[in-house]
Design a protein around this ligand. Structure first.
Ligand code: HEC
Length: 106
């Protein structure tokens, strides 16, 4: 194979492998910075804020079975004491953070 083509193919391959890992860590960073103080680092809301506000665990069956669209809507529009993040986080960041919440539910 031509050397330049092989280099390009390797870069493409590396980018394909790295992309999902990057998306996950972007969601994790957003979560740790904006959500963990209430929802807890593990999503069970075992924090002083979580207890005070009676925040449900992300592992609760009702949250596990909720659609991505509904979790995205709650994050955007807020709900009860949950602050709205529309305009504070981009749509892409909200999607990433919801994907990260899914990893906490396992
Ligand atoms: C100030 C504390 C606080 C912060 C910060 C916070 N939340 Fe919440 N969150 C809540 C509360 C309280 C509820 C419960 C709302 C209700 O059901 O009345 C909630 C509920 C939710 C739900 C809905 C769960 C369900 O019952 O379906 C999602 C999804 C959610 N939060 C995502 C996030 C994300 C993502 C972030 C960070 C970008 C975040 N929250 C930051 C307090 C917080």
């Amino acid at each position: 194979m031509n050397h330049r083509i092989r280099t390009a193919a390797l870069i493409l391959l590396a980018a394909t492998i790295a992309a999902p890992v990057f998306a996950q860590s972007a969601g994790a960073d957003t979560y740790k910075a904006k959500c963990a103080m209430c929802h807890g680092p593990d999503g069970t809301a075992a924090t002083p804020m979580g207890k005070m506000m009676k925040i449900p665990s992300f592992k609760d069956p009702s949250v596990v079975s909720a659609s991505d669209a509904s979790l995205i809507a709650t994050t955007k529009d807020g709900k009860g004491k949950m602050p709205a993040y529309n305009g504070k986080l981009t749509d892409a960041q909200i999607k990433e953070v919801v994907s990260y919440i899914r990893t906490l539910q396992k």
